[in-house]
Design a binder for this molecule. Structure first.
Ligand code: ZN
Length: 460
């Protein structure tokens, strides 16, 4: 299905003359959100629930230890092999999958995130948007163009996204050197408060600098173009570190498992990667490698081998991702009861953990246990409104013959993804269904009014 956010020129935030006007926080948020939604609908983002949950929770942990602990920030991963991370207006913080692969441990990734978060909390982005002499003006012009074209064609949006980044690269500096030093300094204190070893920031910057020198691959390291980095800055970042950091967190299994998931998904040659993992890592304690092998075996439908590895992994560590993979293996093996039992126990162990909820709801739907699935999904949504949970809820209602409810759920899905006109259309269709209860009709009518008002607000 190819529908895109209904962004008309009129719906774009009016930034005015950036040389004379300050950008308001609400304009910033709207601009960042529109851009994020365009990336999402153009399929430029990594669609991996588990890795997305991981990056969001790591990012949120850092934000809650920043100068703006209540900031609503959205963290996401761009499917791109180049090494980059960036903060959009409105606290939308993106990390390229290439950066996750280049980072050796969680403290390095956290170092980059803390740096980006600090650009947000210190209002560097807003200031550079308001400064017409800044090259950011060029970048934002490109962003706005991407938004306009993105509503018509995802390929064009992709082209402009990368084109826009290229323009930003040519201009070399988006943030001033002072901004960079400040983001380093504030970032280190955020990391320390979050109990993450801040040495990771300097480590990662150093890796980038040496990569740029030795590989002669500057084009692969966009981060260096948008964040001017020098060996002096790295040395200063190191110098600022106080002793005693060794006791702080250096790595996490979640990071290493996320990294291997990205590697498995992005590799061009899965059999070769499987061979490499099997040869490299014979040690039974190498959980990420074994997990990666099990995923590759599942992709190749070698379920028996995968199940064997997953059982040994679960004996060592009761990680929910190992159990989710085992449930998937049993399902592929048509052992539906075993698969469902794993998901049922996971769901009570991790209530409202989206990857588990969606997998369990799917399993319940397969058994036609629709009301249980609906109950589960509603609980998830109450905890956090999420487009994919609404999508699954709509599928469940359809399967159960509750068409008006399905249309209503889809309208929420579209609203979250920024398709306001499509959301309103779903409600119109729901109202046309026969046999609606008076209370349902009333609820749908008021939702229709709400969406109409929302659309008008965006068009004014
Ligand atoms: Zn920076």
């Amino acid at each position: 299905m190819s529908i895109y956010p209904c962004l008309s020129q009129a719906e774009l935030p009016v930034l005015g003359d950036p040389s004379r006007q300050d950008v308001t926080p609400s304009q910033e948020y709207q601009l960042g959100k529109n851009y994020y939604q365009t990336l999402k609908s153009s399929h430029l983002l990594l669609e991996d629930l588990m890795v997305n949950e991981y990056i969001q929770s790591l990012g949120q942990k850092l934000v809650s230890n920043s100068e703006q602990p209540n900031l609503q920030a959205t963290f996401f991963i761009v499917n791109s092999s180049t090494i980059n991370a960036f903060a959009l207006p409105g606290a939308f913080i993106g990390v390229n999958s290439g950066l996750l692969l280049a980072a050796k441990n969680e403290r390095e990734l956290a170092g980059v995130l803390a740096h980006e978060i600090s650009h947000v909390t210190q209002r560097h982005i807003a200031r550079s948007m308001s400064d017409s002499s800044s090259s950011s003006a060029t970048m934002f012009a490109a962003l706005l163009a991407a938004l306009l074209v993105g509503s018509q064609s995802p390929d064009a949006a992709a082209a402009i996204f990368y084109g826009g980044t290229a323009a930003a690269m040519q201009s070399q500096i988006n943030f001033t050197r002072h901004n960079e030093y400040e983001a380093d300094r504030i970032g280190v204190s955020v990391l320390r408060k979050a109990n993450i070893n801040p040495v990771g920031m300097a480590d990662f910057f150093e890796t980038l600098l040496s990569k740029a020198e030795t590989d002669n691959a500057l084009s692969q390291i966009e981060f260096l173009r948008t964040h001017p980095l020098s060996s002096t800055r790295v040395a200063e970042a190191r110098h600022r570190l106080k002793p005693g950091n060794q006791k702080l967190r250096n790595d996490s299994l979640d990071f290493q498992l996320s990294r291997i998931r990205i590697l498995v998904q992005s590799t061009q040659n899965k059999p070769v990667l499987l061979q490499r993992l099997q040869q490299d890592d014979n040690k039974p304690e190498n959980l990420p490698s074994l997990y990666g092998q099990s995923l590759l075996l599942l992709d190749a439908e070698k379920t028996t081998e995968a199940i064997k590895i997953l059982h040994s992994l679960i004996q060592k560590q009761q990680h929910p991702w190992f159990k989710l993979a085992l449930a998937r293996a049993y399902r592929l093996n048509k052992q539906y009861i075993k698969s469902n039992n794993i998901l049922e126990s996971l769901s009570s162990l991790y209530p409202n953990y989206l990857p588990v909820t969606l997998a369990y709801a799917e399993s319940l739907n397969r058994q036609k246990k629709y009301s249980k699935a609906i109950q589960l999904l509603k609980r998830q949504i109450q905890n956090r409104a999420d487009a994919s949970a609404y999508k699954k809820l709509a599928q469940t209602y359809y399967a159960n013959g509750q068409i008006a409810s399905a249309l209503e759920a889809t309208s929420y899905q579209y609203e979250i993804d920024g398709y306001i006109t499509y959301a309103a259309q779903q409600i119109e269709n729901a109202l046309k269904q026969s046999g609606l209860k008076a209370s349902t009709r009333q609820r749908l009518e008021s939702r229709k009014d709400y969406l109409t008002a929302l659309f008008q607000k965006h068009n004014n």
